[in-house]
Ligand binder design. Structure first.
Ligand SMILES: Cc1cc2nc3c(=O)[nH]c(=O)nc-3n(C[C@H](O)[C@H](O)[C@H](O)COP(=O)(O)OP(=O)(O)OC[C@H]3O[C@@H](n4cnc5c(N)ncnc54)[C@H](O)[C@@H]3O)c2cc1C
Length: 455
């Protein structure tokens, strides 16, 4: 850490928000994406107010120091990883829910609010903030906005971008930009709010968000269907949607994932399955519709389909699904893909991933937000074996190629970060890249905001 940087920051920040101890600062170096490079931060600022953030950005602009915004660091693309000599700007202490308005159905929050805490706070008003990443008990709203996070119930209620009405953003030079509105409607000017959703901290630092809420639906009742192949499960997903059902969740775990979850948690999921499909409905009387969904699953080839006894039983299955990622990560070093395809192509993607696993002789467990066509093929390998590492990377790349060929995207919800940066140009094309670079330089002409990420 340079003395100049520290002295300049101290001019506008209290000592207790600065972490200068090299070992502690280093513990903020990375998010949860394995194998992504991470630099050594000069120091960490644990901002408590918008003024703190403004001061950091003014100093960073003056001294040309990179700034890496961070939430809870549960990201899976390296988007929150430090670069050498940067200021890590952690927003976790800005964690106040400023207001919940049941008439306007909005909440105004600081970025460090944990997703699940917001849901708890709005529940007493009979309202919910729907986007619910599996990491909801730890990840922050700022990080959710940074990545444009999805989640389990997004198949019915939509993703983060659909709930962010307005933002307060500190720009690279320390100026404060207010975007958006508190109203359901509003079309004044360009939609800058959406621009910041999914920008991964490369365009500005979100310091406040106005979020839309919805009335809390009844807890979901879940139908569980087991298939002898992922292909058949993909067919069931397509038929359920084509039949006009509107599940509040539709999640898939392949056999490898199911066994990993059982090994980690003793949840007693059916071990012999090739694919487990969970379909939930949160309507007041879901029984008849779930029976129809069970029948569709059976016709599509499910060898077992049943509906959980009650909401509590259903929640147990959802908890098992939430454990998929950590359970697979225990099996070895992992590369987590996030390919999303139109749901009509889901079966082809699942087949293709199985073929890729075979071709590259590598283990791939798949869990998916199946109703959104958003899959997480997780390539698990032995990092001490160079040949296995090479095969894993080749498989990881082949999955993204396949996703694009099927009309999909390289990332449905985790973001580009560092992990998929080399693939972005392939998806965007040269004109798309040029437009992205123009936007980046308009908001961050010195290139100090989360450099090396996304574009
Ligand atoms: C077990 C597990 C399950 C997961 N399940 C899901 C899932 O279902 N759906 C899903 O979408 N993701 C999921 N994730 C990934 C991750 O939780 C999300 O990407 C989440 O949105 C990251 O939030 P965070 O607070 O940890 O942000 P971080 O990881 O700290 O940051 C994420 C990005 O946002 C930027 N950022 C953070 N705060 C701000 C801010 N205030 N202003 C501007 N930029 C900011 C960072 O620079 C970085 O680029 C999962 C992760 C784990 C570990």
């Amino acid at each position: 850490m340079t003395t100049d940087l520290f002295a300049a920051l101290r001019e506008g920040l209290p000592a207790h928000v600065l972490v200068t101890d090299a070992d502690i600062a280093a513990s903020y170096a990375r998010d949860m994406a394995g194998l992504c490079e991470a630099g050594t931060p000069a120091l960490v600022v644990l901002a408590e107010t918008t003024e703190h953030v403004r001061h950091v950005m003014r100093v960073a602009t003056r001294l040309r120091v990179p700034v890496v915004p961070q939430g809870a660091r549960t990201g899976l693309s390296g988007g929150a990883n430090a670069v050498d000599g940067c200021i890590v700007l952690s927003l976790v202490r800005m964690n106040r829910i400023l207001s919940v308005d049941p008439v306007d159905r909005i909440a105004v929050v600081e970025p460090g609010v944990v997703n699940a805490d917001l849901s708890k706070a709005t529940a007493e008003h009979g309202l919910v903030y729907p986007p619910d990443p599996s990491s909801w008990e730890t990840c922050t709203i700022g990080g959710n906005i940074g990545t444009g996070a999805g989640g389990l119930c997004c198949v019915k209620y939509g993703v983060t971008a659909e709930y962010v009405l307005g933002l307060e953003v500190v720009l690279a030079d320390g100026e404060v930009l207010r975007t958006g509105r508190r109203t359901p409607k509003g079309v004044a000017g360009y939609d800058l709010t959406r621009l910041f959703v999914g920008a991964e901290g490369t365009l500005g630092v979100v310091t406040q968000a106005t979020l839309a809420l919805r009335p809390t639906p009844p807890p979901a009742l879940v139908t569980v269907a087991q298939f002898a192949s992922t292909t058949a499960a993909g067919v069931a997903v397509a038929r359920i949607m084509a039949a006009g059902h509107t599940p509040s969740l539709m999640e898939l775990m392949d056999g490898t994932t199911v066994r990993a979850v059982n090994a980690m948690s003793n949840m007693g999921l059916p071990d012999e399955t090739a694919a487990l499909l969970l379909v939930g409905l949160d309507t007041p009387e879901p029984a008849a519709e779930l029976a129809a969904i069970e029948a569709i699953c059976t016709e599509a080839g499910a060898f077992e389909a049943f509906t959980a006894e009650d909401a509590e039983d259903s929640a147990m299955f959802m908890q098992a699904r939430r454990l998929a990622l950590p359970a697979l990560e225990r099996l070895g070093t992992s590369l987590i893909d996030d390919v999303a395809v139109p749901r009509s192509r889901l079966g082809e993607l699942l087949d293709g991933v199985a073929a890729i696993a075979e071709r590259f002789e590598t283990r791939i467990g798949v869990c998916a937000h199946a109703g959104d066509g958003n899959t997480h093929p997780i390539v698990v390998f032995d990092a001490t074996d160079p040949a296995a590492v090479e095969r894993a990377h080749a498989a990881f790349d082949a999955i993204m190629r396949l996703g694009l060929d099927l009309g999909g995207t390289i990332t449905g919800e985790h973001g580009v970060g560092l992990l998929k940066r080399e693939w972005l140009a392939t998806e965007l094309g040269p004109v798309g890249v040029r437009a992205h670079l123009s936007v980046k330089s308009a908001f961050d002409p010195l290139g100090i905001l989360n450099p090396g990420k996304v574009i």
